[in-house]
Design a protein around this ligand. Structure first.
Ligand code: G3P
Length: 226
């Protein structure tokens, strides 16, 4: 069970990386749009500087395989060879995935809405496969059944692919994705943060503190002498 951040915001990454144990950061053109017209490569390099050797996932734009491969090469040349290239799981995308793997470039198969897309991406050798949980639910498709099926195939085929569940609007979806077999989930830091604002958590902490203070005053136990 590993978490990634689904954001390109440098401040958020820097702030929340200190709190949450993440293993990577994922982006797409819509996520980058939220940062305004920043320099593409300079921004990604700044992200890399912040996250160190955690994985960085960057998406191509073009629709055809040859252009996707060209963009992938530009990304690894412009950032570094450790970047995982997010390729939409279309027919052209599947062709590009095979070519990129042959070139030794890491691949994250994205925009996965169905089991067959996931199975094909696994067969094409993708390192990560990203089912879109909330978007699937919006279409009355079951992302958890799809995740369980993909995990079954990964184990059955002894594939090294990892399920990188994505597209979340609440933390229950993230938990269910893990319980269904996802290896990793990419989540907006703000969503994680909101789950830790639960009033009951803070009331419990405040109540414990009040009981301590009632007996000993506002003294840290680190300062006790007996
Ligand atoms: O990583 C991208 C994926 O998470 C899409 O998310 O929120 O646009 O459905 P969303």
């Amino acid at each position: 069970m590993k978490y990634m951040f689904d954001t390109a915001n440098l401040n958020e990454i820097e702030k929340y990386m200190k709190i949450y144990p993440i293993c990577g950061v994922t982006t797409n053109p819509s996520i980058l749009k939220a940062e305004g017209k920043v320099g593409f490569y300079s921004h990604l390099k700044a992200m890399r500087k912040l996250i160190g050797n955690r994985s960085l996932h960057v998406q191509t734009i073009s629709a055809d395989a040859a252009a996707m491969v060209k963009e992938a090469e530009a990304i690894v040349n412009g950032v570094d060879r450790d970047v995982f290239i997010k390729i939409p799981t279309t027919e052209e995308g599947l062709m590009a995935m095979g070519q990129l793997k042959a070139m030794g470039i890491g691949v994250t198969a994205t925009a996965v809405y169905s089991q067959v897309q996931g199975f094909m991406a696994i067969a094409a050798g993708a390192d990560y496969v990203a089912p879109y949980c909330n978007r699937m639910e919006n279409l009355d498709a079951d992302p958890y059944e799809a995740i369980a099926a993909m995990r079954y195939m990964i184990e059955e085929e002894e594939s090294s692919a990892q399920i990188l569940a994505a597209s979340f609007k609440n933390i229950g979806q993230v938990n269910r994705a893990f319980l269904s077999g996802a290896h990793t989930a990419t989540v907006q830091p703000a969503l994680l943060h909101s789950t830790f604002q639960m009033a009951a958590i803070h009331k419990a902490v405040d109540d414990f503190k009040a009981d301590w203070v009632a007996v000993r005053g506002d003294v840290s136990l680190a300062d006790l002498t007996e």
